[in-house]
Structures are given as C-alpha cells and as structure tokens.
Design a protein around this ligand. Structure first.
Ligand SMILES: C[S@@+](CC[C@H](N)C(=O)[O-])C[C@H]1O[C@@H](n2cnc3c(N)ncnc32)[C@H](O)[C@@H]1O
Length: 220
C-alpha cells in the first residue's frame, strides 16, 4: 500500500480530513492482504539505536513487525504492540517464518485505561506513530512512565512535504515528535531533535523524504 492509498482512509474526497479517532486500523490493514508496509526496517530506527546496548525494547504501533524483528535479531528483548490485530497476526507469522524468538506481540491499545504493557524499557520506539493530537498528553504520560532510568525514548515522524497539497494526511491532526518534546524537561536529556533526510532507499517515491527525529534519554 502506498501513502496515496492510505490517504483514502485519512481524508474524505477533496482532501477534507477525517476525525483521526474514527480510523479503523484493522480495516486499513485488512484492505491490503499483501501487506500495508514495505516489510523493511525503518532507517531512522537502525541509525538511532546503533550505539545502544541491547536490553528491553518496546515498539509502539509496530504494524507488521519489521522493526521489532530487526531489534530482536540484534539481541533486544522486544515487546511489540499494535491496536490492529490483523497487523499483529502478520507480524507473528513473519516471526515464525524467520524463526525469530524474543518478541512478545500484543494486539492492544497503548492508551487503554489498563495500559497493556509493563515497563520499564531501555528503549521505547515509535516509528511514524498515529495518535490523534487530542490524545498527546495522555500519550506523553504513558510513554514517559514506560522508559527506564538511563533508557531512551525514540520518536520518528514524517516531516510534512514541501508542498502541503502533496500531504497524504493532515500532520496537524496527529501527535508529532514536536508535540512530545515539551514534556521532556526535568529528568530528561534531549539527545537529538531535528529533521533529517530519511535514510534508506525503499521509501523512494514517497512524498515523505524527511524524518523528524526526537531521541531523549531519561536521566532520573
Ligand atoms: C503509520 S503506522 C506505522 C507502523 C510502523 N511503526 C511502521 O513504521 O511501519 C501507525 C501504527 O500505529 C498503530 N496504532 C494506532 N493507534 C494505536 C494505539 N492506540 N495503540 C497501539 N497502536 C496503535 C496502527 O495500527 C498502525 O499500525
């Protein structure tokens, strides 16, 4: 599936945005039986975690599991959560296919009243997260509580394309790294917060040529 196709779910005709709360991710994945995403690990994840010592990692919104598999195959003990059961089923099948162990797959909503994951984690990673902007404070609180002292919070989002008319969704409706950084004050060190060219090549042709990276370390 391309970002153009994805925009059919995130916009009404004439690019009138839909309410992000109304999106059914199971339906989006279900419409793409061959896989919604590329199956490749995200380049900004590989470059940002290269210097970290493997420990416990949480992949939030793991989709079809390419990042979780990559982490597990490099020695991380991974918990991977996605609200879309269809995506988790595909991820689990791919892990079995590759005989990759060490991943706990959870089909669930990270922002459920009873948070379905238990920390702390040495790495909490969100790659192109899709949380409505209206839930950013809740998301921020949950994420901060899940990171271990000395651990890393990594949030990678799409930088809006140069021409806003090319955007497959309205970035201002969704929580972006810039919306989370303001809460990372006392007890956090911001190691990186910048826009970079998106590493790797499998995304070529996407309107999203740049990533916004937020990498923060919990100091207390
Ligand atoms: C844009 S996709 C990114 C998927 C994956 N990280 C990647 O880079 O390919 C966002 C993912 O977040 C998941 N998601 C949305 N809301 C969620 C929630 N409340 N809890 C857990 N996952 C959620 C969606 O099902 C979807 O798989």
């Amino acid at each position: 599936m391309t970002e153009h196709d994805l925009s059919e779910h995130t916009h009404h005709q004439h690019h009138e945005p839909v309410d992000p709360e109304s999106i059914d991710w199971n339906e989006i994945y279900g419409d793409e039986a061959g896989g919604l995403w590329s199956g490749h690990v995200n380049g900004s994840l590989t470059s940002e975690v290269a210097s970290l010592v493997p420990g416990r990692a949480l992949d939030v919104g793991c989709g079809e599991g390419a990042d979780a598999l990559w982490l597990a195959e490099r020695g991380w003990q991974v918990t991977a959560i996605d609200v879309a059961r269809v995506a988790i089923d595909r991820a689990r099948a791919e892990a079995a296919n590759r005989s990759t162990d060490g991943i706990t797959w959870i089909a669930g909503d990270l922002l459920a009243d009873d948070v379905p994951v238990t920390g702390p984690f040495d790495l909490v990673s969100l790659q192109y997260p899709a949380f409505p902007l209206g839930r950013r404070h809740e998301l921020s609180r949950v994420l901060r509580a899940l990171v271990a002292a000395g651990g890393t919070l990594l949030v990678v989002g799409h930088a809006p394309p140069a021409d806003p008319n090319d955007a497959p969704f309205d970035h201002t409706q969704w929580t972006q790294p810039d919306d989370l950084v303001c809460d990372l004050t006392a007890g956090w060190t911001i190691e990186r917060h910048e826009t970079v060219a998106r590493p790797g090549s499998h995304h070529h042709g996407s309107v999203h040529s740049h990533d916004v990276i937020l990498r923060a370390r919990r100091t207390a």
